[in-house]
Design a protein around this ligand. Structure first.
Ligand SMILES: [Zn+2]
Length: 156
């Protein structure tokens, strides 16, 4: 049986911190790891027990705790501001459109009385889709591969 705590080394495979689906293992003759699923490349710092994404838009770093990956605190704080911005980006336009529909209600019984509600919902969905796309782009998440793997798992 394997000890659940083990250190970061080039002789082990670890769950990928990006897709959390594939395994990252050392590339032969290189001080780098590659994911078997999303194909991201990570450079490793064994002294600090850390890996850094080498092919991403941002040099994201994770620390190996012996059991799982932990992102840097700076990254998390950075993410909180983005999170709040993202919530505002989705909710504010929806609230404005919804408020408009509430303040200026359509004539009852008119043919387009469903429209303000529909438009409010559409605003929400459009901004949500925009946000999702940005997140996927930012992490370069392999959405297509992921869906394909899910489908294969369901079939078998
Ligand atoms: Zn991966």
């Amino acid at each position: 049986m394997q000890d659940p705590h083990y250190s970061l080394s080039y002789y082990q495979a670890y769950t990928c911190p990006v897709c959390r689906h594939g395994k990252i293992s050392a590339l032969p003759l290189m001080e780098a790891f590659a994911c078997s699923f999303c194909r991201h490349i990570f450079t490793a710092n064994l002294e600090k027990q850390a890996i850094t994404m080498a092919d991403g838009q941002l040099p994201l770093t994770w620390y190996w705790t012996g059991r799982n990956w932990q992102g840097m605190t700076d990254q998390n704080r950075f993410g909180l501001g983005y999170g709040l911005g993202a919530i505002a980006f989705v909710l504010l336009p929806t609230a404005i459109v919804g408020l408009g529909a509430y303040l200026f209600p359509p004539l009852p019984g008119s043919r387009l009385s469903w429209f303000p509600l529909f438009w409010t919902g559409l605003t929400l969905l459009a901004h949500l889709a925009c946000l999702l796309w940005l997140i996927l782009e930012y992490y370069q998440f392999p959405l297509y591969l992921y869906l394909q793997a899910l489908r294969q798992r369901n079939n078998s």
